[in-house]
Design a protein around this ligand. Sequence first.
Ligand SMILES: C[S@@+](CC[C@H](N)C(=O)[O-])C[C@H]1O[C@@H](n2cnc3c(N)ncnc32)[C@H](O)[C@@H]1O
Length: 280
Amino acid sequence: MSRQAANAAHPNRLVLLGGGRRAKREAGVVWLVGAGPGDPDLLTIRALKVLNTADVVVHDGLVSDEILSLAPQTARLISVAKRKARHTLPQDQINQLLIAFALEGLTVVRLKGGDPFIFGRGGEELQACRDAGVECRVVPGITAALAASASAGAPLTHRGAAQAVTFVTGHAAHDEPDLDWPALARANHTVVVYMGLTTSHLISARLIEAGRDAATPALVVLNASRADEQRFVTTLAGLPAATEGLKGPALLIVGEAMALAQASVPAEVDDLIRIASVSA
Ligand SMILES: C[S@@+](CC[C@H](N)C(=O)[O-])C[C@H]1O[C@@H](n2cnc3c(N)ncnc32)[C@H](O)[C@@H]1O
C-alpha cells in the first residue's frame, strides 16, 4: 500500500497529534509552500529543499501525486482536499491542525497548488500561525496563470496588446461573481479568471455588457502543465461553449494578447498534450 493510500485508510490521523512518530523539544515551524501547477519540473528548488525537511505534509487536492512522492518516506501525508462524499476540512480546522503540529515541535509543510498567496488562502494560514505565536515561512510557487500562458505561448502582458494583467476569481459566493466589470472590460488588458468554469457564461455576458469586444481572443486551459492539459482557443463570446462539460482545474484568459495562443503544438514537442480549438 502506498503511503498516501495508507494515510487515506486512516482518516483519524487528523486527530492523532500525539501519534508519537517523533517528539521534539524545540519549536516547530509551518512552511507555506507553493507546489506549482502540477508538473514536478515546475516545483522550485527551494520548495523541494523544504519538502525534504518535512515531518508532516498537509496538502490540497491540486497537488499532484508526482510531487507528493517527493516528500520524505518518513513524513506523514495529510490531505485536506475535497473527497467523494466528504467536504473540505473547514479553513479554521486546517489552521488549527498546522498550529498543533508545529506546537509539537514538528516541521510542517503546508503544500498548496500554484502559489500559496494567489487564491490559496495562504494569508489566512499565515495570520493564524502568527496569532498563535508559531513561526510561518512562505515559499512562492508558479501560479496556474503563468503555466497556462507559457504552455499556450501567449504572454499575459504584451507590448501594444496588454499593458496590464488582472487575476480574478470567478467563484460566486452568491448568485454571480462580485467583480468590477467596467475595470475588467478595459481594452488592451488581460483578465485571468481562476475558478471560473461554472460561471463562464456570466463572465462572458458581464464583460460584453460592460463594453469589452465580444470578439476579444480568449483561451481556456484545463490542467495546465499536466500530462492531460487541454487548451481551447476561442473568443470572449465563445467562452460558454468552450467550457461546456469541462471538469477539472481550469483558467479562462481573456485579452488581446491571447491572439497569440497556440491551438496546436507539433507532436514531437509534446504528444501528450491534447489541443482542441473551439470556434465561437
Ligand atoms: C483555489 S485556486 C488555487 C490557485 C493556486 N493557488 C495557484 O496559484 O494556481 C484553484 C483554481 O486555480 C486554477 N488552477 C489551479 N491549478 C491549475 C492548473 N494546473 N490548470 C488550470 N487551472 C488551475 C483553477 O481555476 C482552480 O479552480
